[in-house]
Every structure is written in structure tokens, then in C-alpha cells.
Design a protein around this ligand. Structure first.
Ligand SMILES: *Cc1c(COP(=O)(O)O)cnc(C)c1O
Length: 419
């Protein structure tokens, strides 16, 4: 396996050492092959919002598995999960499932081009929208962590069709529309950026993109693969009261199984085959086991769950801020709901440039110091940490205690050269 991993963000390139190989997970704890236990903040990159191996998801999955794991035909559970999604998010009427967020974005881009008859896509530097050609340009964590400029092998035409603007920079978005407005099919954006570390949208950024795209006949696509049903019960759309034309979903909606979905208003979504001419398909799309897991996860994600997630994350946030300040360690903690990032040596991150300017060498030291104290953070300073419903006060307090001890140990080490 190249690099020993199935996805590059799992490697320890940025932090040194080799990844822990996990034998199992329960609640908020990962257990590796040596049976060492770690409090987990990767959370399956956000998918494990209920905690690992949640009994009610497990039960729903086992029931589903016993009825056959793939039928290649229609399942009642697809319609039921689709209904759960559209009920939560204002403006959504139809849902097309896929097997990954990448595929959902591919379909969104194709649909936007077909609907507008235009070819350019505008994305933000540092936002990740999956690994398809159209959006694999300046796409944040995986690429930033490995220090790759962009991926070779992306066709020049695909790269030329993608215009890149800084995140949180409405003025540049307006300038791009002044120059290329008639050719822009869509703006795609993470409404809460989570793939350059957590970067919330600045006031007016999302609303500004909404107004600009509507005015210029382009579509607005929110990539909520990470933020959807994470930052609020109805995702970022609910949290920021801005309605895009299309939304891509994934991670949480599969209850821990591979999944993606594209959703939007009926008129646009009916352009997808078989109602319309825009093709998108998948042997395993709407898989009955995934749908069962997704429905079980949604049942756990009631209003109370979001209060619980907010309280747990706020507790961790406060604890980290005070640990950092007591240690005299300059850093800023950025959080939206139950996702947060500690940017070392930074006073605030609004763009990928700010994220790059953070002290990633210091993060690497912190990562190792936390790992050796039984806390598994994502292995890059460009990633969000994810909390789940299984992160109880004891786990949070143990994490804060580990952070205090880690920071003390780091103070005794020489500061590595800024990298
Ligand atoms: C994870 C992610 C994707 C890609 O989803 P996959 O299921 O890994 O293909 C796309 N967009 C965002 C915002 C993501 O966080």
C-alpha cells in the first residue's frame, strides 16, 4: 500500500513516526494492535458523530445485513433517509445518494454546468471538495500537509476551468465575477471550512456569495460533507441562514459507512438521469446497510444531541485555552460547534495563508506529546478535531489534563525551527 495507507491524510508525514494501526473502537476510544487506548479526535473525519460502535447503529446495521447487503434495486430505507435529510434542511426537496463525498461533488459540478450552460467553477483556496479533477486545486489539508503544490495528473483543462479565490474574501469573488461572470457555472464552498483546520465564515461572506451568484446567474453549492448535521441540526444552512442551490453531503449521513449525497430544489435535481439528461450512477449508491446506519444515526441526532455536543466542545475549548495560556504557549483555538482546531503561534486564521503561517512544527510536537498521553489527534495542523456524543466530561477532562502535561513537557524541549 503506497505510504502504508488507503488515504494520505492518515499518514504521519507531518508529525513524524508511523500511524497507529487500530484493532477496534468503542465510544470515543480507539484501541491499537498493542491494545493501547486513545481518546479519539479523528472521529472518522467527522462521520463518527454518535461515537464508535454505538449500540443502536450497530443493531440497525446487523438487522440490515441479515436482509442482504446490496440489492442493486430500490430500498425503502433510501426514501426514508432522504426524507430525514430534506425535513431538516430548508430548501432541500430531492436527494441523490452516492458512495462518497467526492462523487457527490462530481455530480454537483456536472449538474451546475448542465443547468447554466457555463463551464467555470469557482472554489476557495484551502477548501477540500474531494479528489476529483474539477476541485482538486488548492484543496487544503491533505495537499497542504504533504506540501504538494497541486496534484500532477489533474488535466490542464480541469485545472483551467477552476478559478481559485481566498476563503472569506468576498471582494475577490466579486472581481472574479466582473471578469468571468458570464462563464461561471457555480461557486462551491465549505460553509464552515474544515479542511485547513476549522475556519468559520466571516460575517457576510456566505450571504455575499449567495447574492453574487444569484445576481450573475451562477449556482451556489455548499459542500457540507463535513459540516452537514455537524455544526447544527440542519447543518451550516441552518446555522448561517443562507440557502445554496445545491448541497453536497456525506460523512455523518452514512452512520459510519461509505456515503455521499447531492441535494437541492426539485427543479434542479430533476435534471439528473433518469428524469433529465445529467448522468450520475453507482452500483452501491443508496446501499441498504449504509441507509440503515444513516437512519439510526439521524435518530440519535435530536435537538438535545446538539446541545450535548456544544457543551462538550465548549468544555474542551475552554480547557485548551486555559492550558495554553497557563503554559505561555501562543496559540488560538478556533471552533464551530463540535469541530475545533488549535493553531499554534497564531492569533487567528481566516484564510489558508493564515493557516500556513501557523507553527506546524509546534503542532507536531504537541501531537506526539498528546499521543504518548493517550489522546489521538488528527495527524496534521490543517485538520479539524471532531467530538462525538461519546465524549463525556471524563474524556474531555482527561484530554485537557493530557494537554496541560504535554505543554509542560514541550516547554522543556527546544522549540523546533518554524516550519
Ligand atoms: C470529506 C470531504 C469530502 C470528500 O468526501 P469523501 O467521502 O472522502 O470522498 C468532500 N468535501 C468535504 C468538505 C469533505 O470534508
Amino acid at each position: 500500500m503506497p505510504g502504508g495507507v488507503s488515504s494520505p491524510v492518515r499518514a504521519f508525514h507531518a508529525v513524524g513516526g508511523t500511524p497507529r494501526v487500530i484493532r477496534g473502537a468503542k465510544g470515543c476510544v480507539l484501541v491499537d494492535l498493542d491494545r493501547t487506548r486513545y481518546i479519539d479526535y479523528i472521529g472518522a473525519w467527522g462521520a463518527a458523530i454518535a461515537g464508535h460502535a454505538h449500540p443502536s447503529i450497530e443493531e440497525a446495521v446487523i438487522r440490515a445485513v441479515r436482509r442482504g447487503t446490496a440489492w442493486g434495486t430500490c430500498a425503502a430505507s433510501e426514501a426514508k433517509l432522504a426524507e430525514m435529510i430534506v425535513r431538516r434542511v430548508p430548501g432541500l426537496e430531492l436527494v441523490r445518494f452516492s458512495n462518497s463525498g467526492t462523487e457527490a461533488v462530481m455530480t454537483a459540478v456536472r449538474l451546475a454546468r448542465a443547468a447554466t450552460g457555463r463551464h467555470l467553477i469557482v472554489k476557495c483556496d484551502g477548501c477540500y471538495h474531494g479528489h476529483a479533477d474539477a476541485t482538486l486545486v488548492r484543496s487544503g489539508s491533505g495537499i497542504a500537509t504533504l506540501g504538494l503544490p497541486d496534484s500532477p495528473g489533474v488535466s490542464k483543462d480541469a485545472a483551467r476551468s477552476t478559478l481559485v479565490i481566498p476563503y472569506n474574501d468576498l471582494a475577490t469573488a466579486e472581481a472574479v465575477f466582473r471578469e468571468h461572470g458570464d462563464a461561471i457555472a457555480a461557486v462551491i464552498v465549505e460553509p464552515v471550512a474544515g479542511n485547513m483546520g476549522v475556519v468559520p465564515p466571516t460575517d457576510g461572506f456566505l450571504g455575499g456569495l449567495r447574492a453574487l451568484t444569484a445576481q450573475r446567474g451562477a449556482l451556489l453549492v455548499f459542500d457540507e460533507v463535513m459540516s452537514g448535521f455537524r455544526v447544527a441540526r440542519g447543518g451550516a444552512i441552518e446555522r448561517y441562514c443562507v440557502s445554496p442551490d445545491l448541497v453536497t453531503l456525506g460523512k455523518i449521513i452514512g452512520g459510519g459507512f461509505p456515503v455521499g449525497a447531492l441535494a437541492g430544489g426539485a427543479a434542479l435535481m430533476r435534471m439528473l438521469a433518469p428524469d433529465g439528461p445529467v448522468y450520475a450512477a453507482g452500483t452501491f449508491s443508496g446501499n441498504p446497510v449504509t441507509m440503515a446506519a444513516g437512519r439510526a444515526a439521524f435518530k440519535l441526532l435530536n435537538g438535545h444531541a446538539y446541545v450535548q455536543l456544544e457543551m462538550a466542545a465548549a468544555r474542551l475549548h475552554r480547557g485548551l485555552v486555559s492550558a495554553l495560556s497557563d503554559a505561555g504557549e501562543p496559540a488560538t483555538v478556533q471552533r464551530v460547534g463540535s469541530m475545533l482546531t488549535v493553531f499554534f503561534g497564531s492569533t487567528g486564521v481566516r484564510t489558508i495563508e493564515d493557516a500556513r503561517a501557523a507553527d506546524h512544527g509546534r503542532f507536531a510536537s504537541f501531537f506526539q506529546a498528546m499521543l504518548s498521553r493517550g489522546v489521538h489527534l488528527p495527524p496534521s495542523g490543517y485538520e479539524s478535531w471532531f467530538l462525538s456524543l461519546a465524549h463525556d466530561d471524563a474524556a474531555i477532562d482527561a484530554t485537557i489534563a493530557a494537554a496541560r502535561a504535554a505543554l509542560v513537557a514541550m516547554r522543556e524541549q527546544p522549540r523546533p525551527a518554524h516550519s
